[in-house]
Design a protein around this ligand. Structure first.
Ligand code: ITT
Length: 194
């Protein structure tokens, strides 16, 4: 089975990528060097693609340095809320850490436009070249936390296309995978690998 090294510190993202690539014959492994996630500098940018490109370049350089061969995956995601002009966007991780899901819900009053989208920008280094893709999932932000599945913002996000009004937090990984920004991005990358 071919291996794909995923540079991420997020176990939820890692689990979803593993599930996605396994049926395609790829074993996704967290990219570690001597048991540690290699340090990469995240450029301060409001552009997910720029962040992902910079991280994949740094990861490819690490792989070359240790004399390993393999493909590397990097993926940067964020929740962009319409009423907040795209906030938290590229600041999603730090915002979630600081104010939590309740804090995000408090930023939207009852009459606010609750439209939002998840964006995932994935970059794949195949040993020669980098491919960059983006997946978007439109949805709405709930008024309360619903469900204990998934990770991150999943319990406050209802994907529009699903149709039952459930949050990602109320779905299992397979159900989320039918609609998510991550699956959309990884589907685009799939053609590069297979
Ligand atoms: P790495 O950069 O190390 O991969 P991270 O946790 O910083 O991990 P991101 O920058 O991609 O990951 O994600 C920004 C935030 O958005 C972070 O808090 C994630 O938990 C959250 N997030 C990303 N994808 C999500 C998803 O599919 N569902 C819910 N929340 C998500």
């Amino acid at each position: 089975m071919d291996r794909l090294f995923f540079l991420t510190s997020n176990s939820g993202k890692l689990a979803e990528a593993k599930d996605f690539f396994l049926p395609l014959g790829y074993e996704v492994k967290q990219f570690l060097i001597e048991g540690e996630i290699p340090e990469v500098i995240e450029p301060q940018s409001d552009n997910l693609q720029l962040v992902a490109s910079s991280k994949i370049q740094q990861a490819a350089a690490y792989l070359e340095e240790i004399g390993e061969k393999g493909s590397i995956l990097v993926e940067d995601a964020g929740l962009f809320i319409d009423e907040l002009n795209g906030f938290p966007g590229v600041y999603s991780a730090s915002t979630l850490e600081k104010i939590g899901l309740h804090g995000i819900l408090k930023l939207l009053d009852r009459n606010a436009n609750r439209g939002a989208e998840f964006r995932a920008c994935a970059a794949l280094w195949d040993g020669n070249k980098t491919t960059l893709v983006e997946g978007i999932c439109r949805g709405i932000i709930t008024t309360e936390i619903k469900g204990s599945g998934g990770f991150g913002f999943d319990p406050i996000f209802v994907p529009l296309d699903e149709g039952t009004g459930r949050t990602f937090g109320e779905m299992n990984k397979q159900e989320k995978g039918l609609y998510s920004h991550r699956s959309k991005a990884l589907n685009l990358l799939k053609n590069e690998l297979c």
